[in-house]
Design a binder for this molecule. Structure first.
Ligand code: PHE
Length: 339
């Protein structure tokens, strides 16, 4: 069998002569691979007389290390010379564009939320936040929706406990209640945030979506104030006056309750966005129900107010012409990179 010294010499000669990364890999396989020379040496140990085994084993490991070191050194040399060759002309193209840093962008819902927050702040509103896992009292009871109220069924709530005391909030309206408990009237608040409903998802339904709640409490607040605020909101979003109309709508915490429609900002005679009707259903709203004021300690004889529940997901879809609500939280970079 070839001596250690001869083996090392042969390996070193080949390594020095190698001029490509591929040939180095080949040499590595030949000497250090599973079926390579060093492996063969180790495999022969059991056939040797016991007194020789230890030395042969030890030397085989030293040999292995030495070969690996020359391989690494030659590898580094080759890398260096490729680099200098590229720099000195061949294969180096100074006109290639540099690698660009990948930067993220704000989610369309975040952009819209910030824009609306600025708008409402400029109108003297305060921006509030509320918990996403909410008590039954705030989600329903204090909004005039008792345990047996049929409106509970339509909310498709995700309950968090068997008693039904805790659930993922199905709307941002609980923040109205928290505001009434915390603030002394008069006040104006908006509360953007995530809501959750146990719904079958499709292009216009998602189990997680965003709303922005609004509430104004003051003296002699009327439907006129509500319409005025909504028109200002629309002007802020679409940068021009948008006609609105009210249809009756029922929500236990407002009386009277409305659905507010806006004249379609994308067409004049009907288009696919408005379903050829020229009207877009924009938000539910109404005057705060006296029971709701009373339950949160506000005297309905002295104070009145309006509230609205803006569907942020829906508005983002309208604004950015997104045709499927599931894109919003789908996490697909190809979608998100467009904003
Ligand atoms: N919270 C209601 C919902 O999500 C919407 C709403 C808010 C209606 C405020 C009236 C006033 O269904």
């Amino acid at each position: 069998m070839e001596s250690h010294d001869d083996l090392l010499k042969r390996a070193k000669e080949q390594i020095l002569a190698a001029s490509t990364h591929d040939s180095l890999k080949e040499i590595e396989r030949e000497f250090l691979g599973k079926k390579g020379a060093v492996a063969a040496l180790l495999a022969s140990i059991p056939t040797l007389p016991p007194e020789e085994r230890r030395d042969v084993g030890k030397n085989a490991n030293i040999l292995k290390k030495a070969i690996q070191e020359s391989l690494d050194a030659r590898q580094a040399e080759l890398a260096q010379s490729t680099l200098s060759a590229e720099r000195s002309g061949d294969g180096f193209d100074a006109t290639l564009p540099p690698k660009t840093l990948q930067s993220g962008s704000l989610h369309p819902i975040t952009q819209l939320t910030r824009q609306l927050e600025d708008l409402f702040l400029s109108m003297g509103y305060t921006v509030l936040d509320g918990p996403e896992v909410e008590l039954d009292h705030y989600n329903f009871e204090a909004l005039n929706i008792g345990r047996d109220h049929p409106a509970r069924d339509s909310q498709d709530t995700f309950y968090c406990d068997d008693a039904g005391d805790l659930s993922l909030r199905p709307h941002t309206s609980p923040v109205q209640v928290r505001a009434m408990e915390k603030l002394d009237p008069p006040f104006r608040i908006v509360a953007p945030g995530r809501c959750f409903r146990n719904e079958t998802t499709d292009a216009s339904h998602e189990h997680t979506f965003h709303q922005m709640e609004g509430m104004v409490i003051g003296k002699d607040i009327s439907v006129g104030h509500l319409i005025g605020a909504m028109k200002t909101l629309l002007r802020g979003i679409f940068h021009r006056d948008v006609e609105v109309r009210l249809r009756p709508g029922h929500f236990p915490f407002v009386e009277p309750g409305f659905e507010l429609d806006a004249r379609c900002p994308f067409c004049e005679g009907g288009c696919s966005v408005c379903g050829r009707t020229t009207w877009i259903e924009l938000l539910p709203c109404g005057l705060v129900h006296p029971n709701v004021l009373k339950m949160s300690g506000i005297d309905p004889e002295e104070w009145s107010g309006f509230a609205f529940g803006l569907g942020l997901s829906r508005l983002a879809m309208l604004r950015y012409r997104i045709d499927d609500v599931r894109h919003l939280l789908g996490g697909d970079m190809r979608f998100l990179e467009q904003f």
